[in-house]
Design a protein around this ligand. Structure first.
Ligand SMILES: Nc1nc2c(ncn2[C@@H]2O[C@H](COP(=O)(O)OP(=O)(O)O)[C@@H](O)[C@H]2O)c(=O)[nH]1
Ligand SMILES: [Mg+2]
Length: 198
Protein backbone atom coordinates (compact mmCIF):
# COMPACT_ATOMS: atom_id res chain seq x y z
CA UNK A 1 0.00 0.00 0.00
CA UNK A 2 1.18 3.46 -0.88
CA UNK A 3 2.30 5.03 2.45
CA UNK A 4 1.63 8.50 1.12
CA UNK A 5 -2.04 8.43 2.20
CA UNK A 6 -1.03 8.30 5.84
CA UNK A 7 0.28 11.83 5.49
CA UNK A 8 -3.02 13.23 4.29
CA UNK A 9 -4.00 16.41 6.11
CA UNK A 10 -7.18 18.41 6.39
CA UNK A 11 -6.99 21.42 4.11
CA UNK A 12 -10.19 23.42 4.13
CA UNK A 13 -13.98 23.34 4.47
CA UNK A 14 -16.09 25.20 1.97
CA UNK A 15 -19.68 26.33 2.36
CA UNK A 16 -19.89 28.88 -0.45
CA UNK A 17 -19.31 27.98 -4.09
CA UNK A 18 -17.08 30.99 -4.66
CA UNK A 19 -14.70 29.91 -1.90
CA UNK A 20 -13.45 26.71 -3.52
CA UNK A 21 -9.68 26.33 -3.33
CA UNK A 22 -7.51 26.91 -6.38
CA UNK A 23 -8.46 24.47 -9.12
CA UNK A 24 -5.04 22.97 -9.84
CA UNK A 25 -3.47 19.54 -9.70
CA UNK A 26 -5.68 16.50 -9.24
CA UNK A 27 -8.64 15.73 -7.05
CA UNK A 28 -10.83 12.71 -6.31
CA UNK A 29 -14.26 13.33 -4.79
CA UNK A 30 -16.26 11.00 -2.56
CA UNK A 31 -20.00 11.23 -3.04
CA UNK A 32 -22.99 9.33 -1.75
CA UNK A 33 -25.98 9.62 0.49
CA UNK A 34 -25.72 10.83 4.06
CA UNK A 35 -24.51 8.13 6.40
CA UNK A 36 -23.37 5.86 3.57
CA UNK A 37 -19.85 5.88 4.99
CA UNK A 38 -17.95 8.47 2.90
CA UNK A 39 -15.99 10.02 5.75
CA UNK A 40 -15.23 6.62 7.26
CA UNK A 41 -13.94 5.44 3.88
CA UNK A 42 -11.60 8.44 3.63
CA UNK A 43 -10.32 7.81 7.15
CA UNK A 44 -9.74 4.13 6.46
CA UNK A 45 -7.98 4.85 3.17
CA UNK A 46 -5.71 7.35 4.92
CA UNK A 47 -5.25 5.11 7.96
CA UNK A 48 -6.37 7.83 10.32
CA UNK A 49 -9.10 7.98 12.89
CA UNK A 50 -10.35 11.53 12.76
CA UNK A 51 -9.24 13.01 9.49
CA UNK A 52 -12.77 13.28 8.11
CA UNK A 53 -15.39 13.70 10.77
CA UNK A 54 -17.75 10.84 11.26
CA UNK A 55 -21.06 11.91 12.58
CA UNK A 56 -23.59 9.96 14.58
CA UNK A 57 -26.35 12.22 13.28
CA UNK A 58 -26.86 11.81 9.57
CA UNK A 59 -26.74 14.87 7.39
CA UNK A 60 -24.33 16.85 9.50
CA UNK A 61 -21.69 17.53 6.89
CA UNK A 62 -22.91 20.53 4.92
CA UNK A 63 -19.55 21.61 3.64
CA UNK A 64 -17.21 20.31 0.98
CA UNK A 65 -14.11 19.20 2.84
CA UNK A 66 -10.73 19.12 1.14
CA UNK A 67 -7.78 16.99 2.22
CA UNK A 68 -4.29 17.23 0.83
CA UNK A 69 -2.58 13.92 0.20
CA UNK A 70 0.55 15.46 -1.24
CA UNK A 71 1.23 18.84 -2.84
CA UNK A 72 -1.64 19.51 -5.23
CA UNK A 73 -3.21 16.04 -4.92
CA UNK A 74 -6.44 16.11 -2.94
CA UNK A 75 -9.31 14.00 -1.64
CA UNK A 76 -12.68 15.67 -1.35
CA UNK A 77 -15.49 14.73 1.01
CA UNK A 78 -18.75 15.94 -0.52
CA UNK A 79 -21.77 16.54 1.69
CA UNK A 80 -24.18 13.62 1.57
CA UNK A 81 -27.38 13.84 -0.40
CA UNK A 82 -30.81 12.51 0.29
CA UNK A 83 -31.10 13.52 3.86
CA UNK A 84 -34.86 13.67 4.17
CA UNK A 85 -34.99 15.66 7.38
CA UNK A 86 -32.88 18.52 6.13
CA UNK A 87 -34.97 21.63 5.62
CA UNK A 88 -35.80 22.54 2.04
CA UNK A 89 -33.48 25.55 2.09
CA UNK A 90 -30.60 23.32 3.20
CA UNK A 91 -31.23 20.79 0.45
CA UNK A 92 -31.31 23.51 -2.16
CA UNK A 93 -28.06 24.84 -0.84
CA UNK A 94 -26.49 21.40 -0.90
CA UNK A 95 -27.57 20.95 -4.46
CA UNK A 96 -26.23 24.23 -5.71
CA UNK A 97 -22.90 23.82 -3.91
CA UNK A 98 -22.29 20.25 -5.06
CA UNK A 99 -23.60 20.87 -8.56
CA UNK A 100 -21.39 23.88 -8.90
CA UNK A 101 -18.40 21.87 -7.71
CA UNK A 102 -19.05 18.90 -9.98
CA UNK A 103 -19.74 20.99 -13.04
CA UNK A 104 -16.82 23.33 -12.99
CA UNK A 105 -14.01 21.51 -11.21
CA UNK A 106 -11.21 21.09 -13.73
CA UNK A 107 -8.91 19.19 -11.38
CA UNK A 108 -11.57 16.54 -10.67
CA UNK A 109 -10.12 13.27 -11.98
CA UNK A 110 -12.73 10.84 -10.79
CA UNK A 111 -15.66 10.20 -8.54
CA UNK A 112 -15.83 7.59 -5.82
CA UNK A 113 -19.46 6.74 -5.22
CA UNK A 114 -19.96 5.35 -1.74
CA UNK A 115 -23.05 3.22 -1.18
CA UNK A 116 -24.11 1.20 1.84
CA UNK A 117 -24.05 -2.33 0.45
CA UNK A 118 -27.43 -2.95 2.08
CA UNK A 119 -29.06 0.12 0.49
CA UNK A 120 -27.50 0.58 -2.94
CA UNK A 121 -28.61 2.53 -6.00
CA UNK A 122 -31.01 5.07 -4.60
CA UNK A 123 -32.54 7.60 -6.94
CA UNK A 124 -29.77 10.08 -6.14
CA UNK A 125 -27.08 7.47 -6.73
CA UNK A 126 -28.51 6.96 -10.20
CA UNK A 127 -28.58 10.68 -10.88
CA UNK A 128 -24.93 10.90 -10.01
CA UNK A 129 -24.01 7.83 -12.05
CA UNK A 130 -25.91 9.11 -15.07
CA UNK A 131 -24.34 12.51 -14.69
CA UNK A 132 -20.85 11.01 -14.48
CA UNK A 133 -21.59 8.95 -17.57
CA UNK A 134 -22.66 12.04 -19.49
CA UNK A 135 -19.50 13.96 -18.60
CA UNK A 136 -17.33 10.86 -19.08
CA UNK A 137 -15.95 11.27 -15.60
CA UNK A 138 -14.21 8.09 -14.38
CA UNK A 139 -16.20 6.46 -11.57
CA UNK A 140 -15.52 3.83 -8.97
CA UNK A 141 -18.12 2.52 -6.55
CA UNK A 142 -17.44 1.37 -3.01
CA UNK A 143 -20.10 -0.93 -1.62
CA UNK A 144 -19.26 -0.23 1.95
CA UNK A 145 -20.26 -1.73 5.30
CA UNK A 146 -19.59 -5.11 3.68
CA UNK A 147 -18.86 -6.35 7.21
CA UNK A 148 -22.62 -6.27 7.80
CA UNK A 149 -23.23 -9.06 5.28
CA UNK A 150 -21.99 -12.60 4.84
CA UNK A 151 -19.39 -13.29 2.17
CA UNK A 152 -21.98 -14.94 0.01
CA UNK A 153 -24.35 -11.99 0.27
CA UNK A 154 -21.52 -9.59 -0.58
CA UNK A 155 -20.67 -11.57 -3.71
CA UNK A 156 -24.32 -11.72 -4.71
CA UNK A 157 -24.80 -8.01 -4.34
CA UNK A 158 -21.62 -7.20 -6.27
CA UNK A 159 -22.95 -9.26 -9.10
CA UNK A 160 -26.43 -7.82 -8.97
CA UNK A 161 -25.29 -4.20 -8.83
CA UNK A 162 -22.72 -4.80 -11.55
CA UNK A 163 -25.52 -6.15 -13.73
CA UNK A 164 -27.77 -3.16 -13.09
CA UNK A 165 -24.99 -0.73 -13.99
CA UNK A 166 -24.31 -2.64 -17.15
CA UNK A 167 -27.98 -2.57 -18.09
CA UNK A 168 -27.89 1.21 -18.05
CA UNK A 169 -24.47 1.30 -19.70
CA UNK A 170 -22.96 3.05 -16.69
CA UNK A 171 -19.24 2.56 -16.60
CA UNK A 172 -18.16 2.35 -12.98
CA UNK A 173 -15.80 -0.15 -11.47
CA UNK A 174 -17.20 -1.74 -8.36
CA UNK A 175 -15.84 -3.28 -5.18
CA UNK A 176 -16.85 -4.37 -1.71
CA UNK A 177 -15.40 -2.27 1.11
CA UNK A 178 -15.45 -2.04 4.86
CA UNK A 179 -14.00 0.88 6.75
CA UNK A 180 -14.56 -1.02 9.97
CA UNK A 181 -12.63 -4.12 8.90
CA UNK A 182 -10.25 -2.31 6.55
CA UNK A 183 -11.47 -4.47 3.73
CA UNK A 184 -10.87 -3.44 0.13
CA UNK A 185 -8.18 -0.84 0.85
CA UNK A 186 -5.74 -2.20 -1.67
CA UNK A 187 -8.22 -2.20 -4.50
CA UNK A 188 -9.42 1.33 -3.71
CA UNK A 189 -5.86 2.65 -3.36
CA UNK A 190 -5.08 1.38 -6.82
CA UNK A 191 -7.86 3.52 -8.24
CA UNK A 192 -6.77 6.58 -6.23
CA UNK A 193 -3.10 6.14 -7.18
CA UNK A 194 -4.10 5.99 -10.79
CA UNK A 195 -6.41 9.00 -10.77
CA UNK A 196 -4.17 11.18 -8.61
CA UNK A 197 -1.04 10.16 -10.47
CA UNK A 198 0.72 9.02 -7.30
N1 LIG B 1 -20.23 -1.53 10.22
C1 LIG B 1 -19.75 -0.49 9.53
N2 LIG B 1 -20.14 0.75 9.83
C2 LIG B 1 -19.66 1.79 9.10
C3 LIG B 1 -18.74 1.58 8.04
N3 LIG B 1 -18.45 2.79 7.48
C4 LIG B 1 -19.16 3.70 8.19
N4 LIG B 1 -19.89 3.13 9.16
C5 LIG B 1 -20.79 3.81 10.12
O1 LIG B 1 -21.80 4.49 9.40
C6 LIG B 1 -22.09 5.75 9.98
C7 LIG B 1 -21.92 6.86 8.96
O2 LIG B 1 -20.57 6.94 8.57
P1 LIG B 1 -19.95 8.27 7.94
O3 LIG B 1 -18.58 7.91 7.49
O4 LIG B 1 -20.08 9.41 8.88
O5 LIG B 1 -20.92 8.48 6.68
P2 LIG B 1 -21.03 9.74 5.70
O6 LIG B 1 -22.22 10.53 6.15
O7 LIG B 1 -21.28 9.14 4.35
O8 LIG B 1 -19.75 10.48 5.76
C8 LIG B 1 -21.17 5.89 11.20
O9 LIG B 1 -21.88 5.51 12.35
C9 LIG B 1 -20.05 4.90 10.89
O10 LIG B 1 -19.43 4.41 12.05
C10 LIG B 1 -18.32 0.22 7.75
O11 LIG B 1 -17.53 -0.07 6.83
N5 LIG B 1 -18.85 -0.75 8.54
MG1 LIG C 1 -19.40 12.48 6.24
Amino acid sequence: MNPIYKQTRFFTSVFDPWRLPVDEGAEVAFAGRSNAGKSSAINALCQQRNLAQISKTPGRTRTINFFVVKDDRRLVDLPGYGYAKAPHEMRKRWQSLVEHYLRQRGSLRGLILVMDIRHPLTEHDWLLLEWGKQCELPMHTLLTKADKLSRGAVAASLQKIGGLLQERAVDSSLQAFSALKHQGLKEAHKVLDDWLGL
